[in-house]
Design a protein around this ligand. Structure first.
Ligand code: NOJ
Ligand code: CA
Length: 679
């Protein structure tokens, strides 16, 4: 029997020429299609398997351990031998129903190494690598076998031993505020326990972002620094008998490293995450509609209105009508309403057991508002805040989404406001458990929600979510999520610093779309507090922070006073044919150009940190032979984020063509937004 026929069926994507190479002395090895990345798997004298990654012949990931700790069986880590290896190549192109790029190329070498224990248990573990020119993904695959009928995984032993020091941008993992932390910038050798994506820049300039793809029925992976610049996978906890419980043959999520010369390369290389996910499983998804929305929201975040019923209640029929009028007048397809349902009056934070997702409050005339929205060419965006009581939500999923669909909703924002480790799970036997937002149980809960929503042709946008690992490819109704410190923190004390967006683009945004809630043109938070940003930067956020559902988050009354700046928010699309990163340094600045999917227009967004910056960009992305009108929204010359000048901006137009150069002058804490309108 050849090694290949003894393996599980090869996944459909790996269809190239299959070579079944004999075991080579010193391990097994394969390279990326361009030959620049090399992965090597070796087994040491104790039979411990390791993998290593070299780039251009230079070590990048030093030999790093592979394996698992189990709660009820000996660990899977020693006394292994390489039984076989096989490589194959794949090169295909696929289309995103919506996204940053219309088409995505998936070109990689698949490298499959079978490891077998030399003990009486003789357990078999395949490590499967997909080696792209842009980085490496690998996962474990366990075929059906007598001595591994189930796996109770106590932890994963996978390591990532970086070959050198450098700078890391990261947020802590395993802490109460889930993913909502400001980014730390430290030497790699000073990272603690971090969420992924974690981004590092090595001393030679190489950028690496560690993350995972296709997190399904498994716990999220954190990275814990063990020694020096060596990290180890640390799985998010769970309330069950082990962090991960698996039956029969199983696969893990992909562990990924996007590897690039610069920060820009990380962003485009992060398409790897999508390539490592399975194709669309929902069939015709023409009902999935990207779009902008306004909402009864910022006034609650600012503390002016309440979610709960009472004199300050925001979700009243009269208030919602005003938002519908504004959306209708400005071609905005969605109107989010929070606090529309019964359940908010008590202590909902961390407890949503009173929430009724088909029970509107008496001052919210659901039927009339749905009809009114339709008459104005817009639709209500639903809201399901669970307060972390996920089982309580599970019980209502079908009725809740049926109610949404009956009221014309196409998108529902969900929420899991509860401290980490405080998700409420109630099993069918009535036993109560506390889960983590990113544990195995929640990874399954989120898929239950996405599938229930799909049955009613509804798309979802979870807040306090599990992190994004590219599942939007498989489930295109999973439009966006929060999963980082969004703009809401600008309302409160401890606001996001000016570098925040430039951090997000090269960390959190490598995982997928974020519902950041841009466009607070008032630059005012709670108690009339000033927001350390500029108007031009608020506009630039629409291009820089990608989401297929973008909120025009401020009050209609604010926009009504700033209609010239609001014009950009009106114009900017949320669905793109192409995306180019023109420049950027993690946490300092970034400029992104994107081409509208439904017209010949291009858009540009540039954001900086607290420093003033002049960035020269070449318009080499514009289509040849066309003249464009550049509608430029920029900071006024004396604008700063930390004084009243933050409200000053200049709008001007210029004729431009491909190859022209533009100087983007960013104020301290500022930005710039441009529409290139094609003739
Ligand atoms: C937190 C979300 O991020 C925010 O957008 C929402 O308004 C509140 N939870 C209430 O659901
Ligand atoms: Ca939040």
């Amino acid at each position: 029997m050849t090694a290949l026929t003894s393996m599980m069926a090869l996944p459909a994507l790996a269809q190239g020429v299959v070579q079944n190479t004999a075991l080579k002395e010193g391990g097994a090895t394969a390279t990326s299609p361009d030959g620049k990345l090399r992965v090597t798997v070796t087994v040491d004298g104790d039979g411990r398997p390791h993998y290593a990654v070299a780039r251009n012949g230079k070590p990048l990931i030093e030999p790093s351990r592979l394996g698992f700790l189990l709660t009820d069986a000996p660990k899977l880590e020693r006394r292994f031998a390489i039984e076989s290896q096989a490589t194959s190549s794949a090169d295909s192109t696929w289309e995103q129903p919506w996204g940053e790029w219309k088409t995505i190329r998936d070109r990689h070498t698949e490298f499959r190494v079978r490891l077998k224990e030399s003990t009486a248990l003789a357990r078999v573990m395949d490590v499967v690598f997909r080696i792209f020119d842009e980085g490496v993904g690998f996962r474990y695959e366990f075929p059906d076998q007598p001595n591994l009928k189930h796996a109770n995984i106590a932890d994963e032993l996978t390591e990532f031993g970086l070959a050198g020091n450098g700078t890391a941008w990261w947020i802590p993992a395993g802490e109460w505020n889930r993913y909502e932390y400001l980014y730390n910038r430290t030497p790699i050798s000073e990272v603690g326990q971090a969420h992924t994506p974690i981004t590092v820049k090595l001393e030679d300039g190489t950028h690496v972002a560690f993350h995972e793809a296709a997190l399904v029925d498994y716990s999220g992976m954190w990275l814990r620094r063990v020694t020096g610049t060596r990290f180890k996978a640390q799985l998010s906890p769970g309330a069950g008998p082990a962090k991960v419980v698996k039956q029969g043959p199983f696969i893990t999520p992909w562990r990924t490293m996007v590897i690039a010369d610069d920060a820009a390369g990380l962003y485009t290389g992060s398409r790897m995450t999508l390539n490592l996910n399975e194709p669309n499983k929902l069939g015709d998804v023409s009902w999935v509609k990207p779009g902008k929305f306004v909402g009864v929201w910022w006034n609650m975040i600012k503390g002016k209105w309440s979610w709960a019923r009472g004199p300050q209640h925001g979700a009243t029929t009269a208030n919602v009508k005003r938002y519908i009028d504004f959306a209708g007048a400005n071609g905005i397809p969605g109107v989010l309403v929070e606090g529309w349902n019964v359940g908010w009056d008590g202590d909902w934070f961390g407890n949503g057991t009173e929430m009724n997702f088909s029970g509107p409050t008496e001052d919210f005339d659901a039927k009339a508002l749905a009809a009114y929205a339709r008459s104005k060419g817009t639709a209500l965006v639903g809201h399901h805040e669970t307060g972390g009581s996920a089982s309580h939500y599970d019980k209502q999923l079908d009725t809740a989404f049926a109610w949404s669909a009956a009221h014309g909703q196409k998108v529902v924002k969900t929420g899991y406001v509860a401290d980490a480790g405080q998700i409420g799970r109630v099993d069918p036997d009535g036993s109560e458990h506390r889960e983590w937002h990113d544990g195995q149980w929640m990874s399954n809960h989120h898929l239950r929600v996405v599938l229930a929503a799909a049955r009613h042709k509804i798309s979802v946008d979870p807040h306090e979510p599990i992190k994004d690992t590219g599942l939007r490819r498989t489930y295109p109704n999973w439009l966006a999520r929060e999963g980082a410190r969004g703009q809401e923190y600008m309302a409160w004390q401890g606001k996001n610093p000016p570098e925040h967006e430039a951090n997000l683009v090269f960390t959190r945004m490598l995982s997928g779309p974020m519902d950041f809630t841009p466009g607070i043109l008032s630059l005012k938070g709670e108690k009339d507090s000033d927001i350390p940003s500029t108007i031009a930067k608020q506009l630039a956020q629409y291009v820089v922070i990608y989401s297929p559902v973008q909120m025009a988050a401020d009050e209609p009354e604010v926009y009504a006073k700033l209609m010239d700046a609001f014009q950009f928010i009106k114009d900017v699309p949320v669905d793109w044919a192409d995306t180019r990163i023109l420049n950027g340094e993690v946490g300092d600045y970034v400029t992104i150009a994107r081409k509208d999917r439904n017209s010949a227009d291009w858009y540009l967004g540039s954001v900086g940190d607290e420093q003033a910056r002049n960035l020269e960009v070449t318009l080499d992305f514009l289509d040849p032979g066309k003249t464009y009108t550049a509608q430029i929204y920029r900071d006024a010359p004396d604008t700063r984020f930390d004084s009243d000048t933050r409200h000053k901006y200049v709008i001007e137009t210029r004729k431009v063509k491909r190859g022209d150069k533009l100087m983007l002058a960013l104020a301290p804490g500022g930005g710039q937004a441009i529409r290139f309108a094609a003739k």
